[in-house]
Design a protein around this ligand. Structure first.
Ligand SMILES: Cc1cc2nc3c(=O)[nH]c(=O)nc-3n(C[C@H](O)[C@H](O)[C@H](O)COP(=O)(O)OP(=O)(O)OC[C@H]3O[C@@H](n4cnc5c(N)ncnc54)[C@H](O)[C@@H]3O)c2cc1C
Length: 190
C-alpha cells in the first residue's frame, strides 16, 4: 500500500512525515491527511521560541477547547479545517457510537444501509492514504453487519488495525460498550 508523499519530500515512499504537509491524490496539500503540527513545519528558530515546539496559536486553541496541549499534541484553532487526528477522532466517535446503537437484529434494509455507509468510506474518506489503507483492510475483513455486537467488534478490530499501524496501544474490544454506550461502572458518565 502506498504511503503518503509530502510537500517537503519528493519520495512517495515516506511514511507520515516528521514535518511537511501530506499531498492528496491530486498532488495538492491535503489538510485532513496531515497532523496540524505538520501543516507548517516550524523553522528551528521558531521552534526554540515556542514551548515544546508548540505554536502559540495551537496552545491557545488547545486551552480554549479544554484540551491538554501537552497530552494531546497540537490541535488546529477551532475555526480551522480538521486535521488527520481531529477527523479521525470525530469519525471513530461517529462510527463506534452508531455501531453501539445498531439493532441487535437489524432488518435487511438496516443491514444494507450500514453496509453502504461502511463501503463508502474507502472511496469518500478525505484522508486519502487512510482511505486506501482502509480499502485494503476491508477487503481482508469484510464488514459484519449481522447485529450490534458483531458490528461493534468488527469496528473495534479495524480501529485496532489502525492503532497498530500507527504504533499505538490496542484497545480491549471487550470494553467497547463501556466506552461507547454505557460508560464506566463508577458512574462518572451517568
Ligand atoms: C478509517 C480511519 C482510518 C485512519 N487511518 C489513519 C492513517 O492511516 N494514518 C493516520 O495518521 N491516522 C489515521 N486515522 C486517524 C487515527 O485513527 C486517529 O483517529 C488519530 O490519530 C487520533 O488518535 P487518538 O489517539 O486521539 O484516538 P483515536 O484513535 O481517534 O480513538 C478515539 C478514542 O477511541 C477509543 N478507541 C481507541 N481504539 C479503539 C478501538 N479499537 N475500538 C473502540 N474504541 C477505541 C479510545 O477511547 C480513543 O480515545 C484514521 C481514522 C479513521 C477513522
Amino acid at each position: 500500500m502506498a504511503e503518503p508523499s509530502t510537500s517537503s519530500s519528493s519520495s512517495s515512499k515516506n511514511a507520515i512525515p516528521p514535518g511537511g504537509m501530506v499531498l492528496g491524490p491530486d498532488g495538492k496539500p491535503c489538510k485532513p491527511c496531515t497532523a496540524f503540527r505538520n501543516w507548517k513545519p516550524l523553522s528551528d528558530a521558531k521552534k526554540k521560541s515556542t514551548r515544546g515546539g508548540k505554536s502559540a496559536a495551537a496552545m491557545m486553541a488547545a486551552l480554549a477547547s479544554g484540551q491538554n496541549a501537552a497530552a494531546d499534541g497540537d490541535v488546529p484553532p477551532p475555526n480551522c479545517p480538521a486535521d488527520v487526528e481531529q477527523l479521525g477522532r470525530a469519525t471513530w466517535t461517529f462510527l463506534h457510537t452508531t455501531a453501539a446503537y445498531y439493532p441487535e437484529r437489524p432488518t435487511l434494509n438496516q443491514r444494507a444501509n450500514m453496509l453502504g455507509l461502511l463501503n463508502a468510506l474507502p472511496s469518500l474518506y478525505p484522508c486519502s492514504h487512510c482511505a486506501s489503507h482502509l480499502a485494503g483492510n476491508m477487503k481482508d475483513h469484510p464488514p459484519d453487519v449481522s447485529g450490534r455486537v458483531a458490528l461493534s467488534r468488527w469496528l473495534c478490530e479495524r480501529h485496532n488495525d489502525v492503532n497498530e499501524r500507527l504504533g499505538k496501544d490496542k484497545f480491549d474490544c471487550a470494553k467497547t460498550d463501556e466506552r461507547w454506550k454505557d460508560g464506566p461502572n463508577d458512574g462518572t458518565c451517568d
